[in-house]
Write a protein of this length. Structure first.
Length: 244
């Protein structure tokens, strides 16, 4: 009632109040940041569990469900999302926006440590990931070749394309999916291996000792420096893939 009486007795105050509101609105409109995906940190704790040799169904019953039951009672928990693959499962626990991320991580780690005692196998590390909606993928490129092998194409993507895209201004992260890592496949004849008195561990040790990478030092020049690596690569026979 007093505020209304004040404006009735002093009409110029009405115009002053309206002018202040208009100026404040114009200032807010000029400085307001507009984004399709606002920069919001979603507190997410990711838990990875490995069970070598187990199919997805066994991994679900023996690992995922006990872990989900242990995590489900955490304070400020919003929802749980689980991805199960061969030999590995990833559980993502999403908390509310007003939760404390440090407390969330500590709470999940404590619950995982409690549930770990019931497993006869090891669980991978527990890590926290802050997911931002503004960092979603905005561009996806596909690379194909009719002449190059998958390994050669993966090397070009990893060594040339990804570093070039990372140098583009405004790009925060570049990831490559579907690439392969060169691997060495050795087929062992168990009978011949046993006849010479060797085991499979001897073959593994021979490969590891002949496939070593070590730092070779740093060469300095006036405007740059170059780091070299010494590598002893295990040479596979071209014709025969049978050892021993």
């Amino acid at each position: 009632m007093r505020l209304t009486q004040l404006f009735v007795n002093r009409p110029p105050l009405v115009f002053v109040f309206i002018a202040v509101v208009v100026l404040a609105g114009a200032f807010a409109l000029a400085t307001l940041v507009q984004q399709n995906t606002p920069n919001i940190d979603f507190p997410v704790v990711s838990v990875s569990a490995s069970y070598p040799g187990a199919p997805p169904s066994e991994l679900r019953d023996a690992v995922v469900r006990p872990l989900e039951d242990a995590i489900a009672g955490a304070p400020d928990l919003d929802h749980i999302n689980t991805t199960i693959q061969q030999n590995q499962a990833t559980i993502s626990a999403t908390f509310t926006l007003d939760s404390n991320q440090t407390t969330d991580l500590t709470e999940i780690q404590d619950r995982i440590q409690t549930a770990r005692a019931a497993f006869a196998f090891g669980l991978a590390r527990t890590e926290r990931a802050n997911v931002r909606s503004a960092q979603a993928n905005i561009l996806t490129l596909s690379v194909t070749s009719h002449s190059l092998t998958i390994a050669a194409l993966s090397a070009i993507v990893t060594n040339n394309i990804v570093p070039a895209l990372e140098q583009v201004p405004g790009v925060s992260n570049v990831g490559a999916n579907g690439t392969v890592t060169p691997a060495l496949e050795v087929t062992v004849d168990p009978q011949k291996l046993s006849a010479f008195g060797f085991t499979a561990n001897d073959v593994v040790s021979a490969i590891q000792s002949n496939n070593v990478r070590a730092p070779g030092g740093i060469a300095y020049s006036p405007n740059r420096e170059r780091r070299s690596t010494c590598a002893a690569i295990f040479k596979r026979r071209r014709k025969s893939r049978t050892c021993c």
